[in-house]
Design a protein around this ligand. Structure first.
Ligand code: URP
Ligand code: ZN
Ligand code: ZN
Length: 462
């Protein structure tokens, strides 16, 4: 009558122990040693770690951006996520300037419903508050719809960037509602000046995208966002923090007792300006995303922050564009290269291989960063833990499985991988999403469109 995952070691963010896991319907019904298999379908988990499915809180599926649309839609993107061991994603609805949040909400719900193959939710990116405070009232509606986090862009002038006044108003309202403010922290105005100067000097190659966006521009905006959030009484979460200068600002705030949170992404932990973008070829357009790749020495600082808790989450910022016919929009001008990279499928492989196998992270910390903290911070109390009563989002992780990452075998819809040819050890074997077996021996076996929209609560900032 249930599914019995037998003989594995259950790993949660706060501990691990040998135990069987019984799934009945959509929920976890028991977690204990020696559950009788009588009447249940048994899944052998010996030699495996049984962990909560990953939660990726930063994805851009089917998103119009940079003159094109991100290559993965809600079907291909969530299947790729599942194969990589993720069971929930939080994507971004983008409010267009001059339009309402309700329109953005409806547009993104239509993209996901019937197409998402995993549970999913949305942040609302606010770009306009309309007349007479209409936008602030809409924020209340969004929270009632289950959108408990608002995204604010300090970069991308004329498209998504908002000024400090608008940001401050949104933060005040979010603070009053108990919602979280997620910030893309880069000084977009200063960066735009540098970009203009580079183009005037004929510096049009992808490499200059990276050089035009300094770590100081990220650090300044990180500082400003945290300061404004403190003034406004809002909880703040810095997205895709990429370097030590920005990290210093975060740590400074945390040392003052502020509850400022931040994530980083695999690309900032294992890829670098020197290695992937030395300024030699057009191929480097594959790594044009924002913030850009940084010098390699920043890796150490970011890993240290994952270890000591200054950084709370590892997400992907999955924003995939094909090299052949999408990145090529900027062949002669880096400003026109759609910003973003594919990573939804590889997050856990990279974090395990370079984090756990290297001894930097314990398996518990791996679960905390990729799953437990995201569930807590983003208001999904039913997810992020293997425990009785929780959603049966369960991943069987084989720590000995070796795997070569390649665009030729990936599920993501891009024609390249940022980690092409990398051999990693540790991979998802089977994945259950609310009790459904969706990945078996690394292959998608679930039903397309089965994902459910998750209404999220306003959450605690722990
Ligand atoms: O380059 C990126 N990161 N593209 C997606 C949009 C964003 O800034 O997160
Ligand atoms: Zn961003
Ligand atoms: Zn993003």
């Amino acid at each position: 009558m249930g599914i019995l995952i037998q003989g594995g070691v259950v790993v949660n963010g706060d501990g691990r122990r040998p135990a069987d896991v019984l799934i009945v319907g959509e929920k976890i019904a028991a977690v204990e040693a020696g559950i009788s298999p009588e009447g249940h379908t048994v899944v052998d988990a010996s030699e495996m770690l049984v962990m909560p499915g990953g939660i990726d809180v930063h994805t851009h599926l089917d998103m119009p951006f940079g003159g094109t649309v991100s290559a993965d839609d809600y079907t291909t993107g969530t299947i790729a996520a599942a194969v990589g061991g993720t069971t929930t994603v939080i994507d971004f609805a983008l409010q267009a300037k001059g339009h309402t949040m309700r329109e953005a909400f409806d547009t993104w719900m239509a993209k996901g419903i019937g197409k998402a193959c995993l549970d999913w939710s949305l942040h609302m990116a606010v770009t306009d508050l309309g007349e007479g405070g209409a936008g602030l009232r809409e924020m209340e509606e969004m929270v009632a719809e289950g959108i408990s986090s608002f995204k604010l862009f300090m970069a991308y002038p004329n498209v998504l960037m908002i000024d400090d006044g608008l940001m401050f108003q949104v933060m005040q309202k979010a603070g009053a509602l108990g919602a979280l403010c997620c910030i893309h922290a880069e000084n977009g105005s200063a960066i735009d000046v540098v970009v203009g100067q580079m183009i005037a000097e004929g510096k049009t190659a992808p490499h200059y995208h990276a050089l035009s966006r300094s770590t100081k521009a990220e650090a300044e905006a990180t500082h400003r966002a945290i300061a404004l959030a403190e003034m406004a009484g809002a909880r703040v979460y810095i997205v895709h923090l990429s370097n030590e200068d920005a990290l210093r600002e975060l740590r400074h705030a945390q040392n003052r007792g502020l509850r400022a949170l931040a994530e980083t992404c695999p690309q900032y932990l294992v890829l670098s300006l020197e290695e992937q973008m030395p300024g030699k070829s057009w191929e480097e357009a594959k790594y044009v995303f924002t913030p850009p790749l940084r010098e390699k020495w920043n890796h150490e600082a970011l890993w240290g922050a994952l270890e000591d808790g200054a950084l709370s989450v590892v997400s992907t910022d999955h924003c995939p564009f094909r090299f052949a016919d999408q990145k090529s929009l900027g062949k002669d001008d880096f400003r026109k290269i759609p910003n973003g990279g594919p990573g939804i499928e590889n997050r856990l492989q990279i974090l395990w291989h370079f984090g756990v196998n290297s001894g930097r992270l314990s398996p518990e910390r791996f679960v905390e960063l990729s799953c437990a903290a995201p569930a807590r911070i983003f208001g999904m109390p039913q997810k992020g833990k293997i425990a009785v009563g929780m959603d049966a989002d369960v991943m069987l992780w084989d720590p000995e499985a070796e795997y070569t990452i390649s665009a030729s075998t990936q599920k993501m819809a891009t024609d390249y991988s940022m980690f092409e040819g990398w051999r990693v050890k540790g991979n998802a074997r089977h994945v259950f999403s609310r009790g459904d077996l969706v990945v078996e021996d690394g292959r998608w076996v679930g039903e397309v469109g089965r994902g459910r929209f998750v209404k999220r609560a306003v959450a605690s900032a722990s």
